[in-house]
Design a protein around this ligand. Sequence first.
Ligand SMILES: Nc1ncnc2c1ncn2[C@@H]1O[C@H](COP(=O)(O)OP(=O)(O)OP(=O)(O)O)[C@@H](O)[C@H]1O
Ligand SMILES: [Mg+2]
Length: 315
Amino acid sequence: MQGDAPLVRRALSDVSRETTVVAAPRRERGDTPIARAAEVALEVRGVGSKKSWPRPERCRVVTIANQKGGVGKTTSAVNLAAGLAMHGSRVLVVDLDPQGNASTALGIEHRQSVTSVYNALVEDVPLRDVATSVEGFEGLHCVPATIELAGAEIELVSLVARESRLKRALDAYDQTELDYILIDCPPSLGLLTVNALVAADEVLIPIQCEYYALEGLGQLLKNVELVQSHLNPGLRISTIMLTMYDGRTRLASQVADEVRSHFDTLVLDTVIPRSVRVSEAPSYGQSVMTYDPGSTGALAYMEAAREMAYRGAAQ
Ligand SMILES: Nc1ncnc2c1ncn2[C@@H]1O[C@H](COP(=O)(O)OP(=O)(O)OP(=O)(O)O)[C@@H](O)[C@H]1O
Ligand SMILES: [Mg+2]
């Protein structure tokens, strides 16, 4: 089946792998998917003990990027952050998209008058003054984005060190207080996304399991390589996440197979299914973890967050 739909090969034909990717360890032996699913289901329902996951030695700055719109960047940022925070990590979500969807989904005010990531990037307001704690979670904070940020793409052009404004702002934040910073990017490869790539250690790429989601992926990988070679040599693609998987379609499984054959162990074992509850949660200003903890979407995001935590610990 793999041979008759070379989707990824076509999309990625001119991208070299070695420069951007690193192998991630496979899940530990004896930890079966069914046993894990049962454990997670009990945990999110509040039955059974909630384990703390390993926390990284130093804060992991993870940029969630894909210039294709609507592939699950924001949904992943918000729900991974929630899952990690629920297991003892201290997490900061930086909303770097003028749409402000991550702010909405975390119930954070982002009217135009609110001090936001825009003020941090353009006016050097300390990020600490902009970060707001997320209700219902200990250790989860969000730096909101307002529509003003739309102008930042242009305003940044004339500023000194325009590509590293976010890095500078994050460096000034006391990162010993944090385990993860997750940066939610807009659907473009402009200066905001470049700022996110320059500020990060890792890139997480959500890929929607449908054909068009792969288009433009080569361009994103090239941009990562450019940032690596000129601005941030430590940057690496650490995680690929398959989102909105619809098990009823053959295309979804073809895309998943080909993404796995190309990116190998970078792809999380957990696949996020298409789930109505996931799409409903933001309208209540909530992650799906709190909106419907027992839903398939919440369970999958929890499991994905766990993989992220354990893979990071193993590296
Ligand atoms: N697993 C899922 N099941 C069902 N709907 C989903 C799922 N993941 C995301 N969605 C919905 O798909 C839409 C796009 O998701 P999301 O906003 O996370 O993508 P995005 O990549 O951040 O988009 P943009 O590029 O506009 O920032 C949203 O309406 C969201 O609620
Ligand atoms: Mg988004």
